[in-house]
Design a protein around this ligand. Structure first.
Ligand code: ZN
Length: 93
């Protein structure tokens, strides 16, 4: 893979793990890149967690540009979407 920068490479590699990551989906009409944060890894996330206050275990925000170098993600990775996509990790799907 020809990465725009090491930060983006690390964020893609971290998909599904605890912490920050980038998750890519192409299920929508246009490819979407999400900056995603997880309190626990996707493997152990348990929706039965019961707390006396609201708790967010994972959240995401659609992004258009690399958070590391500012590259336009759709333009840069348009031909590599099949290798990047992780539809299974997108929240709310
Ligand atoms: Zn970058």
């Amino acid at each position: 893979m020809d990465w725009c920068c090491a930060i983006f490479e690390d964020l893609i590699a971290a998909a599904g793990q605890r912490g920050m990551a980038v998750v890519v989906t192409s299920r929508a009409a246009v490819p979407l890149f999400f900056l995603q944060a997880r309190a626990v890894s996707a493997e152990v996330e348990d929706p039965r967690v019961d707390t006396p206050y609201p708790l967010t275990l994972a959240t995401q925000q659609s992004i258009g540009y690399c958070p590391g170098c500012g590259t336009c993600l759709r333009e840069r990775y348009d031909q590599q979407l099949d290798a990047l996509r992780r539809d299974d990790l997108v929240l709310g799907s």
